[in-house]
Design a protein around this ligand. Structure first.
Ligand code: HDE
Length: 486
């Protein structure tokens, strides 16, 4: 909706007489406080920024649709996955992780891949990355991990000592470090990368039968990555390169698309699989659980307004629909609290009322008031439950499915600690050229680390993943493989 050829008004709708000159007592006199238009303009201007996301601050978004190509009702009653041809509108936000709102797109970083499906049963948010795994596997470590990725509190500079100190003391990070320092850490564009739910989720069908599921969005554009020197050059010349590429592609009708596939694990397998399938630092073997087609996601409309639609978009792994539930993955469990808490802080308690976040279905509940309550706040309708006035009632058939829990309540880590097999598998999957680039990238990133004992600790991890991996990094850093590893 353009505002072309309309008359100019104040925020309260009154016509503005003069938008060029402040009101003064005489042409050389002081400005008058009664110039409400001036005061309003300056005061609103001071309040244009909302807090940027504490992670994933730099992002780009687009609208589109998801269409089912393979009915999933056998596994889930979630209507957006039921019935070939079923179309659901969606919005996606891509992002980097560590950089601030104005930082460069072409940096080595995971990319956020956050999808909001506006389903007929309410919104479903799948808030993933372009990597199938993550650096840590317990939410309690996340603030510390992100501190090491952000600026040193003293120098306000990125600090490689912190990065590698944390990673070398958290060996569960090795798989994702190998992924990040490899070619996929620098996607050529946002269109040429895959997306993943990363976590294990639970699907429940109409009969109440549950399976475990992992999501894979495979880009139709093909995976393409950017050489490190090119990425560095572009970061300086055009920090918004990925944002611009996505916008221009959609603007000219070159709509990017992804094929959604899932891995399905039978419910009982989770308790006898060779490693904990809820550990988000691990992938499931595609031999054990092959990829199954589900549908296609097409991005075909740019935001009309970046702030309204991208900056104010709020995604949460806790935004679920019937037939889709969470798993006991400790990272996912932590995220369920963190995201809505972040939204209430950053955008406000009523963030779900904003157009970009608002479900496309009726919302009927007893939540009232709160800052910026921009709808009718429930009008004169009944405002408590239970009630005998016909207010909205619960739907027992959509209770979360019950599941068994066992063991003592305690603060305890996952009991499997093989952080090396899958990192080594990934290294050995790489072509010789990819390995060479991986080694160069890691050596370059570790060189500035001041303390040799941090470097040696990390080299031990690389070595345990694959001796060649460790030896090449050690050689690049002019260090010997620590004795105790041999
Ligand atoms: Fe996030 N993450 N995260 N994250 N994350 C946020 O939510 C958090 C994690 C991801 O485009 C925040 O609204 C915790 C994994 C994306 O708006 C925050 C943990 C994965 C986005 C937050 C994780 C992600 C976020 C910051 C450890 C991939 C951007 C602002 C348990 C599977 C979404 C906000 C968008 C954003 C918390 C780890 C992806 C602070 C506590 C793992 C794509 O709430």
């Amino acid at each position: 909706m353009s505002n072309a050829n309309k008359h100019l008004t104040t925020g309260t709708g009154a016509p503005v007489g003069d938008n060029q000159n402040s009101m003064t007592a005489g042409s050389q006199g002081p400005t008058l406080i009664q110039d409400v238009h001036l005061l309003e303009k300056l005061a609103h201007f001071n309040r244009e920024r909302v807090p940027e996301r504490v992670v994933h601050a730099k992002g780009a978004g687009a609208h589109g649709y998801f269409e089912v190509t393979n009915d999933m009702s056998k596994y889930t009653k979630a209507k957006l996955f039921n019935g070939v041809g079923k179309r659901t509108p969606m919005f996606i936000r891509f992002s980097t992780v560590a950089g601030e709102l104005g930082s460069a797109d072409t940096v080595r970083d995971p990319r956020g891949f956050a999808v909001k499906f506006y389903t007929e049963e309410g919104n479903y948010d799948l808030v993933g990355n372009n990597t199938p795994i993550f650096f840590i596997r317990d939410a309690i470590k996340f603030p510390d991990f992100i501190h090491t990725q952000k600026r040193d509190p003293k120098t306000h500079l990125k600090n490689p000592n912190a990065v590698w100190d944390f990673w070398s003391l958290s060996p569960e990070s090795l798989h994702q470090v190998t992924y990040l320092m490899g070619d996929r850490g620098l996607p050529a564009t946002l269109r040429h990368m895959n997306g993943y739910g990363s976590h294990t989720f639970k699907w429940v069908n109409a009969e109440g039968e549950a399976v475990w599921v992992k999501y894979h969005f495979k880009t139709d554009q093909g995976v393409k990555n950017m050489a490190a020197d090119v990425a560095g050059k572009i970061a300086g010349e055009n920090p918004d390169y990925h944002t611009e590429d996505l916008f221009n592609a959609i603007e000219k009708g070159d709509f990017p698309a992804w094929r959604l596939q899932v891995q399905i694990m039978p419910f009982e397998d989770a308790y006898k699989y060779r490693f904990d399938p809820f550990d988000v630092t691990k992938v499931w073997s595609h031999k054990d659980y092959p990829l199954i087609d589900v549908g296609r996601m097409v991005l075909n409309r740019n935001p009309e307004n970046y702030f309204a639609e991208v900056e104010q978009a709020t995604f949460s792994p806790g935004t679920l629909v019937p037939g889709i539930e969470v798993s006991p993955d400790k990272m996912l469990q932590g995220r369920i609290f963190a995201y809505s808490d972040a939204h209430r802080y950053r955008v406000g308690a009523n963030h779900n009322l904003l157009p970009i976040n608002r479900p496309k279905v009726e919302v009927n509940n007893y939540q009232r008031d709160g800052v910026m309550r921009s709808d009718n706040n429930g009008g004169g309708s009944i405002y408590y439950e239970p009630n005998s006035y016909g207010g909205p009632k619960e739907a027992p058939e959509h209770k979360q499915t019950a599941f068994q829990v066992s063991g003592a309540a305690e603060q305890v880590a996952y009991d499997q600690n093989d952080h090396y097999t899958q990192a080594g598998d990934l290294y050995r999957l790489m072509s010789p050229d990819e390995r060479t680039r991986l080694v160069e990238t890691i050596v370059g990133a570790m060189k500035p680390v001041e303390k040799d004992d941090i470097k040696l600790r990390q080299i031990k991890h690389f070595y345990k993943a694959d001796p060649e991996y460790g030896e090449r990094i050690a050689k690049g850093l002019n260090l010997a493989i620590p004795q105790e590893v041999n």
